[in-house]
Design a protein around this ligand. Structure first.
Ligand SMILES: Cc1cc2nc3c(=O)[nH]c(=O)nc-3n(C[C@H](O)[C@H](O)[C@H](O)COP(=O)(O)O)c2cc1C
Length: 244
């Protein structure tokens, strides 16, 4: 791979290569159109089955931002950010997402057979995803899929609640990355953070202990002129990439 990074002029690629995790921001207000653009960019990310299994909490009002920053262990990027985005994997929204998609298909004029087909497959999907009481159904599904896999390679769907939160976390993380790159493109900077008190932050936001899991908090703002990031290091490319 011989790409000469210094010659990149494309704004998206530049944003990807220039993005750093910034730990100190200067106080700037993020205008509503910019906020909306960042959130739309996040939503534009691909998601498994297009189920968009996440919720993004944009925290900008000073009192709430301070409270959330404290729950992010008072980390400097959280304390100095103009806004904090709490990205939550949400496995409780599957049914309502399906319903909204069916309504959209009707409005958009999809043929009735396509709508019926979508309703049928999404119902099967929801049954596969249902962990059931005490996870018993999950165990049953695991055995069933294990047996099916001995006959034909069909893969293993996420059967337990933990599997499902992990499944939803992947789509959530993609939305987060879109948001961070979009921020960079519009001249803002970010810091993704895993350093937060999950249970307390979840309680603060009124999240469901059963269906929600906070994936990360993103601090957004304008890099402080006095902040100098340490040089960026990545593993040698051969340690990360296998070309077959
Ligand atoms: C999931 C995740 C969690 C992170 N958590 C924190 C954090 O809590 N605090 C922090 O200062 N940086 C955090 N970071 C930022 C990383 O430390 C940073 O991305 C890494 O050191 C590489 O630096 P760069 O992004 O500037 O290239 C996190 C990054 C990711 C992807």
């Amino acid at each position: 791979m011989n790409t000469e990074l210094s010659t990149i002029s494309d704004p998206i690629l530049s944003a990807i290569f220039q993005r750093r995790a910034i730990r100190a921001f200067e106080p700037v207000e993020i205008p509503v159109p910019t906020r909306d653009l960042l959130l739309q960019s996040a939503r534009q990310a691909p998601s498994s089955f297009n189920s968009q299994p996440y919720r993004l909490y944009w925290v900008e009002s000073p009192a709430q931002r301070d409270a959330v920053a404290k729950l992010c262990m008072s980390q400097k990027p959280a304390q100095s950010a103009s806004a904090l985005v709490v990205a939550v994997a949400d496995i409780g929204s599957l049914r309502s997402t399906d319903e909204m998609q069916v309504a959209w298909m009707r409005q958009t004029g999809f043929p009735a057979n396509k709508i019926r087909e979508y309703e049928r497959t999404s119902r099967i999907g929801r049954i596969i995803f249902m962990p059931g009481p005490l996870g018993l159904f999950a165990m049953l599904k695991w055995v069933l899929f294990w047996l099916l896999n001995t006959l034909k390679s069909i893969g293993m769907p996420p059967v337990t609640r933990q599997d499902q939160l992990k499944w939803a976390g992947k789509s959530t993380a993609l939305a987060c990355q879109n948001l961070m790159i979009a921020a960079e493109v519009v001249g803002l900077n970010t810091c993704p953070m895993e350093g937060f008190n999950g249970p307390r932050l979840a309680r603060y936001l009124g999240l469901s202990p059963k269906y929600d899991e906070i994936v990360m908090v993103i601090a957004i703002g304008k890099r402080s002129p006095s902040y100098t990031a340490q040089p960026q290091w990545r593993r040698p490319i051969e340690a990360t990439v296998t070309v077959l």
